[in-house]
Design a protein around this ligand. Sequence first.
Ligand SMILES: [Zn+2]
Length: 507
Amino acid sequence: MAGFSLFVRNGLALLDGQSPHTPVRADILISDGVITAIGGEAKTMADARPDIAVLDAAGRLVTPGFINAHYHSHDTLAKGLLEQKPLETWRLLALPPQYPKRSREEIKARTLLGALECLRSGMTTVQDMVTLYPFDEEHLDAVLEAYDEIGLRAVVALQYADIKGIETIPFWKEVFPKELHGQLSTAAEPDARIDQLAYFEDTFLKTPSRFERISWALGPSAPERCTSKLVERTVRLSETYNLPIFTHIYESKGMALQARLEYPEHGGSLIRRLQAEGLLGPRLNLAHSVWLQDQEIALLAETGTNVVINPLSNMKLKSGIPPILELERAGVSLALGCDNCSCSDAQNIFQAMKLFGLMAHISDAHDQTPQAEAAYAAATTGGAHAVNRDADLGRIRPGARGDLVLFDLSDPSYVPLNSAVRQIVYTEGGRGVHTVVVDGRVVIDGGRLATMDQDRLLEQIMAVVPQFRSDYEAIERRVEKLRPYLDEAHRRIWAANVGGNRLFTGH
Ligand SMILES: [Zn+2]
């Protein structure tokens, strides 16, 4: 694949295989999107190419681009609208199945907005598990165009399901009067008009991607929303095209309880169900995994299945604290995500890394394992592993793609520079991100978008906001009427015993 060429001169870099606490001065040469040389060799080669673009990185800390391994572009316009809503209620307010069909313009604008926020936070790759409901080919084209135009690397998966949401949430069917059942939905609903997976395979998987920086993944919404038949199709596609799979597992207590009730033949375990269906393995990524049990963690480690931790949404939606330490001790590969804009509410990898570290700290009084390196690894190499790109993402080394972040070392976050990795994880909030390079191309320069007219882009986004806000307000009014039933279902879920507790340890 082609890319851009750039000579990044004089920065202090965190190189693959070296201490992330102490950066080293290193020139980096990117040729056609690939890092081809580092150090003295890079300078010699660059000197022989007088036409090459030069990026002066003096006074900058240079790291690999970060990877947002769990994200949904479908609700970027809903940031800041919601608070104190547990997961199952939040879905009704924020997720596509509740909304009238969107315009192509809105889909493109919202995708660009999320991409811009990711880039400004130093993320150069995003795994977008997008729900397009009702599905429309044009809408998927708009998503792909947006990533292509802005220059963010994207691993795109459609989020799909073939079981109705109401069948998958404990107590809903009995608590809600029958006439309200039609108003209930979850992250993805069956869409009988089109076979999304067949369309996706025929249109995108069978031919090489026509977009330089876009690759594909599969997004079965959650096992309890997918029949075994759909899981089988997912396994087949993943094997045929070597695609990573992303799904939601045990995000909330309700999802753990549903597994206990629904799968007695698998000991009430979604993980054992997935094992029986052949889905576990290095290509599978389980987003959230808050309510995993010890034996399930052992099974993930045994099979090389990965977990994507989403600290921001897990706390905001009252889902709980994921078992980070237990997963680390078992040797499960961890990645990091910023999840939905409507519940995180930020695409900010620094917030996510910091909370990852802090949640691990608070999980065990006696544990003394430093967590900054683990959080940083989850956001770089762990993310690369999740998207099946160990070889060329998440590291600065020859052969890797030229995806870099340059931090301003004069920002107070780095004065004095005691440990690069701890200050990136615990001190940086995003303010220090100065330049972002994707595939050898400067995409963010001095904190501003360099690939598109940022002011015009913001105007395009603002043009679709009034329609979105008016639809959101109508939905909010509708959901308000459902509240007594939603609250009652939650009371029952929280009173149930699922074995173990990840939440509400006080009163
Ligand atoms: Zn998600």
